[in-house]
Write a protein of this length. Structure first.
Length: 296
C-alpha cells in the first residue's frame, strides 16, 4: 500500500489540472468553430493530456531519485518534487513501471486519433512523446530548450494536437492560444527552477536559473508572464479572440505584482513561496478564464 501511495504522490496530482486546462483550450475552440466534436473523442483528448502530464512527472521523479537530486533538494510546495521516493525508496521500480504504463496509454490514445486523422496527428503526437521521454535526462542540460520545451508541450503540441484530434481547424485563434500557453507554462517551469538551482547544478543540469543567475531568471519570468497578457491583448485587438476572452485579463494585476515582487524575494524562502503560489494561481485562472471566454 505504501508503494502505491508513493506512485500516486510521484505523479504530483496537485499539479495535473494544468494539462486538462491546456487541452481544454483546444476543446473549447473546437466547439466554438461549429459542430460539437464527438463526446468520446473529447474525453479521450482530456484523458490523454492528463496521462501525458502524469507520465512526465513520474519519469521526472524516478530520474531525480536515481541521480541523487532528490536527496539534496530543498523542497517547496511548488518545486523540488514530491519527496515520495526518498521516503519510500523501494517504490522506485513501481514508479518507473507506472511512468511507462501511463505513457503506453497515451500512445494508445494517440494511435486511435492517428487512425482517424492521419499524418498531422503523427507529427504532433510523436513530438509529445519525445518531450516526455527526454525532458529530465537530456532537455534539462540545454538552457534554451529547457525553457521552451514545457511551453511547447503544453502549448502548441497539446492545443494544436487537441484540435487535430477533434477534426477542428488550425487558425489564428489556435496559434494565439498556443503562444499564450507556451509563455505561461515556460515561465511557470522557470520560476519553479529558481529555488532548485543550486541543487540542480550539482547533478549537471543547465537551465537558465543556473546559467543566467537567479536575478536575471526572475526578470525573464516577469517578461514572459507579462508577454502572455500582451499576446492576449493583441489577439483581442486583432479580432482573433472572441470578446469574452477579455475575462482572462482579470489576473493581470496579480501577474504584474509577481513580476515586480519576484526579484526582491529571491533570498527569502517564505516570501518566495508566496510568489510561487500566486504564480500558479494566476496561470490556472488565466487558462480557465480563457476557456470560459471561448465558450460564452
Amino acid at each position: 500500500m505504501s508503494e502505491t501511495i508513493a506512485v500516486v504522490r510521484a505523479s504530483r496530482p496537485n499539479f495535473l489540472v494544468l494539462a486538462p486546462l491546456c487541452a481544454g483550450l483546444g476543446v473549447a475552440l473546437a466547439w466554438q468553430q461549429g459542430e460539437p466534436p464527438a463526446l468520446l473523442d473529447t474525453l479521450l483528448v482530456l484523458v490523454g493530456a492528463l496521462l501525458a502530464h502524469a507520465a512526465v512527472n513520474l519519469l521526472n521523479e524516478y530520474e531525480d531519485f536515481v541521480s541523487g537530486l532528490d536527496l539534496i533538494t530543498r523542497r517547496t510546495p511548488f518545486s523540488g518534487g514530491s519527496g515520495a521516493l526518498p521516503e519510500i525508496p523501494e517504490a522506485a521500480t513501481r514508479v518507473l513501471i507506472a511512468a511507462f504504463a501511463t505513457l503506453a496509454l497515451v500512445i494508445a490514445i494517440g494511435l486511435y486519433f492517428l487512425w482517424l486523422r492521419g499524418l498531422p496527428m503523427l507529427v504532433l503526437g510523436s513530438a509529445g512523446v519525445v518531450l516526455v521521454l527526454t525532458y529530465t535526462r537530456w532537455i534539462t542540460r540545454s538552457p534554451l530548450i529547457c525553457l521552451l520545451a514545457p511551453g511547447l508541450g503544453f502549448g502548441p503540441v497539446m492545443i494544436l494536437g487537441s484540435l487535430i484530434a477533434l477534426d477542428a481547424r488550425l487558425d489564428s485563434v489556435a496559434l494565439i492560444l498556443s503562444l499564450i500557453s507556451l509563455l505561461l507554462v515556460s515561465e511557470l517551469l522557470l520560476i519553479n527552477q529558481i529555488p532548485d538551482a543550486d541543487a540542480d547544478r550539482k547533478v549537471g543540469r543547465r537551465h537558465l536559473a543556473i546559467t543566467l543567475g537567479k536575478p536575471t531568471a526572475a526578470r525573464l519570468v516577469g517578461c514572459m508572464l507579462l508577454a502572455s497578457y500582451g499576446a492576449l491583448v493583441a489577439g483581442l485587438l486583432a479580432g482573433w479572440l472572441p470578446a469574452w476572452s477579455i475575462l482572462a485579463l482579470i489576473p493581470a494585476p496579480a501577474a504584474l505584482w509577481i513580476s515586480l515582487r519576484l526579484p526582491r524575494v529571491l533570498t527569502n524562502p517564505s516570501q518566495l513561496n508566496t510568489v510561487l503560489g500566486v504564480n500558479v494561481a494566476v496561470l490556472l485562472a488565466t487558462l480557465a478564464l480563457l476557456i470560459c471566454g471561448l465558450s460564452l
